[in-house]
Design a protein around this ligand. Structure first.
Ligand SMILES: [Zn+2]
Length: 374
């Protein structure tokens, strides 16, 4: 099998680490290895293939027994920042592009992370989180839109290399044309709820769909990639509506042809995403979260993506969040799934060894570096 350990990973989709709090017990640690919020799943989590393998992989790195208790003891033996640095070093990551819109309050800031992590850290700005904050602060929709446009201008100067949309989790990927008046009409109810609950959870489709196009306009001006969550990725989502094929009307709009659309995760719609990436020059697909959460499915995901998508259109990442272990495991499995897939494709005659080597470099780092820079 190919050995890809020497090729660095440009981790173009991940999240921030959680600030240290109380030591994690087994149940709390295990929750990071699945998407479920159902307490009844806790009893089953430890028999998931990804989790069982993870304990062995972590034990091998940390020099302890491959049991949950030993791995937890080993992680708590070191200061959290040294432990994180060790795992990120072992992941051989050349850059992180961090989506800061997830669990922001409990996480380290990027400035704090830059002090102890071993690689450059860039930001992906989550459009819906920004909109929620602005709705909570504004008196009317005009103010929301003005502030939204201002926040999305000249973002590279602030270290932001991409926008990111979670519209898939808020009703799905069908994005209809919306007028400003439709969006503005939804504002009073949103504002009222913000005052009542002290926070906004933006689910209004007219507002989401209108502001997404405002985001795409800003991306078009700056030639900035926009990442879209598709497929699995959040316990909130209705998977049926997260099929990336639903983005076709948006992809057909001439105004966005210069905007790279990066379809994140994609599982189980990897073939659908590969199809889109083979049709539209500006569509790319990512297999983070699909690898490592689908365990032995990583190899199949790479093979499915490459049925139609050229190797210059596929990216790998970790989608790691909160705990540094997920960065190490995500990078380990990205390389392993990719190596298995490319080795088999070479044996089958679809790639020469030289082409397989080049494809590995493209998918682990070169495609991302070309897309985002940084
Ligand atoms: Zn994510």
């Amino acid at each position: 099998m190919m050995d890809l350990t020497a090729i660095p990973l440009y981790d173009h989709h991940c999240h921030a680490l959680r600030r240290p709090g109380a030591a994690l017990d087994g149940a709390a640690f295990r929750r990071h290895f699945g998407e479920s919020r159902d307490p009844a799943m806790a009893a089953h989590q430890s028999s998931g293939l990804f989790y069982g393998r993870s304990l062995r992989d972590l034990a091998a790195l940390l020099g302890c027994a491959p049991e949950e208790d030993s791995v937890l003891a080993a992680r708590h033996r070191q200061p959290p920042e040294a432990h994180a640095r060790r795992l990120l070093d072992a992941a051989h990551v050349v850059a992180l592009l961090v989506d800061t819109g997830f669990r922001g309050a409990e996480n380290y800031t990027l400035t704090e992370q830059r002090e102890f992590l071993p690689c450059p850290i860039h930001e992906a700005l989550r459009l819906e989180t920004l909109a929620e904050r602005l709705i909570a602060e504004a008196a009317n929709f005009d103010e929301v839109e003005d502030a939204f446009r201002a926040a999305l201008a000249d973002v590279r100067a602030r270290g932001i290399l991409a926008f990111k949309s979670i519209i898939a989790y808020r009703g799905g990927l069908t994005v209809r044309p919306r007028t400003r008046a439709e969006a503005a009409a939804a504002f009073p109810a949103l504002r009222e709820r913000a005052v009542r609950d002290g926070r906004v959870r933006l689910t209004s489709r007219p507002v989401l769909e209108y502001l997404l196009r405002v985001g795409l306009e800003a991306a078009a001006v700056q030639e900035l990639p926009v990442q879209f969550h598709t497929g699995l990725g959040d316990a909130d989502l209705d998977l049926r509506r997260a099929n990336p094929l639903r983005l076709r009307p948006l992809l057909e709009e001439a105004a966005w042809r210069g905007v790279p659309f990066v379809l994140l995760h994609c599982y189980p719609f990897v073939r659908e995403a590969g199809y889109l990436a083979s049709i539209y020059g500006n569509v790319f697909l990512d297999l983070s979260l699909t690898i490592p959460f689908t365990a032995h499915g990583g190899e199949a995901a790479v093979r499915a993506a490459l049925e139609l998508a050229p190797t210059s259109k596929v990216l790998l990442g970790t989608d790691a969040f909160s705990i540094p272990e997920l960065f190490y495991l995500g990078a380990l499995h990205a390389r392993e799934g990719l190596a298995r897939a490319l080795t088999r494709l070479t044996a089958e005659g679809w790639l020469t060894p030289g082409q397989a080597e080049r494809a590995a470099r493209q998918m682990l780092c070169e495609n991302a570096a070309a897309l985002y820079g940084g």
